[in-house]
Design a binder for this molecule. Structure first.
Ligand code: 13P
Length: 293
């Protein structure tokens, strides 16, 4: 069933778990997200990032995402990720998205506040929940070209806990994306998360907190972050990489066997690998909570 960002985060809060938000710019990924959620019985968020417009135009994938969510046996939120243009956000809302993120993290604080407040008013008119970001992950969400590395290399600015309280009050947002050591893309070595920063934000801010750069983190760190208040984890790069590797191995095997390489076969290989990965991480994000469906 299709649910909004506030309601899905409330389930996470009640169960001390996090909801996975999986960016799904392909049909294989879209199906794998919902199938993994149904197989495990946990809620999920299916994401479309504005940066993926070139591979997955909103007008094409948006209706498919909403249809998949509506017929799912578990709660599913259809979420617009890292949106920088309010006109683009309006198009997603008109298509029935139930969650959206306005990303003004690269703007001066005052501009971020002003645009986030405008986004909140617009989203709430559509009964859609709004997430905003304060602090900066450094490198942007770049889809397959995300820079990765370490938080220092990416130039991350950790979220200021006192400013976070003021930001939430001034904007009326429903969920807050925080910078505390994760980065988008492939990590260089183990990520070092600041649970102290996260705990300080949690003490000051009552809305659900969101981890971006959420693929490539250890299970132990996921659980620590969830226990410190993370309710939504954004996950893309590593699942996309695993699917790419599986498809690449299938191409190699077909070449060795002298077989024709059919795209539809590769699509199935990618779907199966995504399903396996998403199923595993959804269970990790559940943090020991019972399935809801
Ligand atoms: P990863 O690059 O770690 O998968 O993060 C994705 C993300 O945060 C999308 O918003």
């Amino acid at each position: 069933m299709l649910v909004n960002l506030r309601d899905i985060c409330a389930i996470a809060e009640q169960n001390n778990m996090a909801i996975g938000q999986f960016n799904a710019p392909t049909l294989e990924a879209m199906r794998a997200v919902v199938d993994a959620a149904e197989a495990t019985g946990y809620p999920v968020m299916i994401g479309h990032a504005e940066v993926h417009e070139d591979v997955a135009p909103l007008d094409v994938v948006g209706p498919a995402m909403v249809a998949l969510a509506e017929r799912a046996s578990v709660p599913v939120c259809v979420h617009l990720d890292h949106c920088e243009h309010l006109s683009y956000m309006r198009r997603a809302l008109e298509l029935g998205f139930t969650g959206a993120m306005y990303d003004g993290s690269m703007e001066p604080y005052e501009v971020n506040v002003e645009n986030s407040a405008r986004a909140a008013a617009m989203c709430h008119d559509f009964d859609c929940g709004l997430e905003c970001e304060l602090g900066s992950m450094g490198s942007r969400e770049g889809g397959a070209t995300a820079q990765g590395g370490t938080a220092e290399e990416a130039g991350a600015i950790y979220t200021n806990p006192d400013q976070a309280r003021a930001f939430v009050e001034a904007t009326g947002l429903d969920a807050l994306a925080c910078s505390f050591g994760t980065v988008h893309g492939i990590y260089k070595g183990e990520p070092h998360l600041s649970f102290d920063v996260l705990t300080q934000i949690r003490e000051r801010v009552k809305v659900p907190l969101v981890m971006h750069g959420g693929s490539g983190v250890s299970d132990e760190d996921y659980h620590k972050a969830i226990d410190a208040g993370i309710r939504k984890v954004n996950y893309f790069t590593y699942g996309d990489k695993f699917a790419g590797e599986a498809a690449s191995s299938a191409v190699d095997a077909a070449r060795v066997a002298g077989d024709v390489v059919y795209w539809s076969k590769l699509s199935s290989v990618a779907y199966e690998r995504l399903l396996e990965d998403f199923t595993q991480v959804i269970k990790v994000f559940a943090n020991g909570a019972d399935p809801v469906a």
